[in-house]
Design a protein around this ligand. Structure first.
Ligand code: TYD
Length: 206
């Protein structure tokens, strides 16, 4: 798939991904690069239907079913949006991807991590991000930023989010080359500068 660049953004709810994605997009565009934004779940089309179920369905959802819905959306995102853009040499910035399923369904819901990793591999046909940012924030900051209006996932509770956060920290330790853990409680500009430093280090190494 190599030609463009595939960068993903991760972290618990309220970690500041959206702000950083916007700033990085502007940075690339100032430098004459073509950027495509996408997200999981639900970038467009069928994905938005899956997102609606995943975030708003109020009946029982088994963790296994939940995983497969996120994975189905992921397959669609990779095939329809990410892969074509990368092949055209574009930079794809994706709000959540494989590590969300490991952190939320694996660490959070308690599903087997190796199995999720294998399923991620199948859903993405083995395409991995070139670089991943995890913005780490504490649970109190997360809860305060999310506020009272919570979707189905955000309503999972403090213990759940503690496990998800630990998951992200483990992921960054296990794959330090791809996954960069950044303190998400710092000022926005500091975080942005760290993101740019990592991106440029990757581009220089290529
Ligand atoms: P998010 O992008 O945070 O939506 P919003 O910015 O509107 O809150 O993602 C939605 C939720 O889905 C979030 O709580 C994390 C969760 N999620 C998983 O549990 N597993 C996954 O594989 C993905 C992609 C997301």
């Amino acid at each position: 798939m190599k030609k463009g660049l595939f960068i993903t953004f991760e972290g618990i709810d309220g970690c500041g991904k959206t702000t950083q994605i916007k700033l990085l997009k502007e940075y690339f565009e100032k430098n004459g690069k073509s950027v495509v934004l996408t997200r999981e779940p639900g970038a467009k089309g069928l994905g938005t239907k899956l997102r609606e179920i995943l975030l708003n369905y109020d009946g029982e959802v088994s963790p296994n079913c939940e995983s497969f819905l996120f994975l189905a959306d992921r397959a669609q995102n990779i095939d329809i949006i990410v892969k074509p853009a990368i092949e055209e040499g574009k930079i794809v910035l994706c709000d959540r991807h494989i590590d969300s399923t490991v952190a939320y369904q694996g660490y959070g819901r308690g599903l087997d991590i190796d199995r999720i990793t294998k399923l991620n591999d199948i859903a993405t046909s083995g395409h991995k991000p070139d670089l991943t940012f995890v913005f780490d924030i504490d649970i109190d900051t997360s809860m305060a930023r999310v506020g009272k209006e919570k979707d189905r996932m955000e309503s999972a509770g403090i213990e759940f989010f503690k496990k998800v956060r630990e998951g992200y920290i483990d992921i960054s330790k296990n794959e330090p080359k791809r996954v960069k853990l950044i303190d998400g409680t710092q000022p926005i500009e500091n975080i942005h500068n760290q993101v740019i430093t990592e991106v440029n280090a990757l581009l220089d190494a290529e």
